[in-house]
Design a protein around this ligand. Sequence first.
Ligand code: DQA
Length: 151
Amino acid sequence: MPDTIVILNGPNLNLLGTREPDIYGATTLSDIEASCRAHAEKIGVAVDFRQSNVEGELVNWVQQAKDTAIAIVINAAAYTHTSVALHDALKASGLPVVELHLSNVYKRESFRHKSFISSVADGVMCGFGAYGYVMAIDAARHIATTRTEKT
Ligand code: DQA
């Protein structure tokens, strides 16, 4: 069984493709999932790709990842800017965390400049659109491998 990277997507990301395409592009979440799966297969990892509009469900998935995954990639969407619960869950997981956003949040409204995820993430990636997911898989795998080698 290959190592698994959990990729979590927060609220409204199920609307990708039709939601503000000038900001988020025309790619749907299923397209993104397909490119993640293709890339994961190429580099020999598995991906567990999920989306929820419900904060508590995302928290549950972070908690479960502790036992099933080597790393978490999370686009918490709007919960990035509000969720102490996700901050606490990610911290408690002890797993490598890559925070991801399709858009460059720093070029946008100031309320998007505050993240409750960044301080518990190993790294933050934003502004690369759908391609960011592929980059994040590589980054998460790299961090997990490096961390394992150290211990
Ligand atoms: C987002 C940026 C967030 O500010 C926003 O609430 C989202 C998507 C992104 O991927 O660019 O829903 O996380």
